[in-house]
Design a protein around this ligand. Structure first.
Ligand code: FUB
Length: 329
């Protein structure tokens, strides 16, 4: 009998150890943050059947001279692609490489970035565009100078988001310092063309807007989203408007993402993934762990985002677990 018990407990112990190894090797959820390191302003995109995240490297401004990317087939297991964009390929960058926006068009990948954190119109910097032939780069600056290098309508040229409307037209929404402009992209996606009324910059700033614009079209409605508050503080958050046109007006509906004293503060500058299921949405955002106060200590997280039956966005519940696997078909 004793020998049998010994044998059984060995078998049970071995299975438990194999089981726990399996759990370690194949996590059931992404966990939050989804990958280690200080990373902010995550831009989510789906390219070639994989999820991609392009974040800002969150560090001292003069150390922000490159960007890493991360890819995943299932949202749970992530692969790092170091330095997909870096100083060697942007002659005019000297600091503050911020807030990527990446699209696939014209058989190329276009990577829009903010650089240098300009404080006035005499400083070199603004929004630039780099190109590569695959989503892991290396991306190379196209113009040798910024695409937008001036403060127009009070909007600091940072935090660009590039949106394609159903008619194929691309628009860029951008701006910090509490002002948001939109511009119309040329067919080459490296130039800006006038709107039909001849203007180049249209201010579309909603109430409380600070920075980090994002646009989603769903069921014919334009969901415009942005960050509010100061990004170095605890109360940074995300709010949204719903409009019938890409030009607005963007009447503020309410907040989507807010600090949660049990999880994290400073949650904002988001983007979205569409999963393979019907109305399956994920919000990708950065947040600051409770107890951290350094402005740059920001981590990239993913949680589910839901619409209610009337088309409004439900407040997001931030988690430590993250999301379960959802491979793209
Ligand atoms: O990461 C630098 C800046 O912080 C971004 O441009 C802002 O949106 C804020 O997230």
């Amino acid at each position: 009998m004793k020998l049998k018990h010994l044998f059984l407990s060995c078998v049970i112990g071995w299975s438990a150890s194999v089981f726990s190894q399996n759990i370690e090797q194949s996590p059931q959820t992404s966990g939050n943050p989804v990958f280690p390191g200080w990373y902010a302003d995550p831009e989510g995109a789906v390219f070639e059947g994989e999820y991609w995240i392009y974040p800002t490297y969150s560090a001292a401004y003069t150390d922000q001279i490159y960007m890493d990317a991360f890819s995943s087939k299932d949202l749970v297991n992530w692969t790092k692609h170091p330095k997909v964009l870096s100083k060697e390929n942007i002659s005019w960058l000297w600091r503050a490489l911020w807030a990527p926006a990446v699209i696939h068009a014209n058989d190329k990948y276009y990577f829009y970035f903010g650089a240098n954190d300009i404080q006035n119109n005499n400083e070199p910097g603004g929004i630039g565009v780099a190109v590569a032939d695959n989503p892991a780069g290396p991306f190379k600056d196209v113009l040798g100078k910024p695409l937008i290098d001036k403060i127009v309508n009070g909007a600091q040229p940072i935090d660009q988001f590039v949106f394609k409307d159903d008619d194929g037209q691309y628009y860029m929404y951008y701006g910090g310092w509490g002002h948001c402009n939109m511009v119309k992209m040329g067919a080459d996606l490296t130039s800006i063309v006038p709107f039909e009324d001849g203007t180049i910059y249209k201010e579309v700033t909603p109430e409380n807007y600070v920075e980090g614009p994002f646009m989603l079209k769903r069921n014919g409605k334009y969901y415009f989203m942005w960050s509010e508050g100061g990004w170095t503080g605890p109360d940074y958050c995300v709010a949204y408007a719903i409009a019938d046109s890409p030009f607005g007006p963007f009447k503020r509906v309410g907040k989507i993402l807010e600090p949660d004293e049990n999880v994290a503060r400073g949650a904002g500058h988001h983007s979205l993934f569409k999963g393979p299921g019907k109305d399956e949405w994920y919000i990708i955002y950065h947040r600051r762990p409770i107890g951290e106060t350094d402005g740059n200590y920001r981590v990239t997280c993913i949680d589910r985002m839901y619409f209610d039956k009337d088309g409004y966005i439900k407040p997001v519940k931030m988690t430590f677990e993250g999301v379960t696997a959802s491979p793209l078909k």
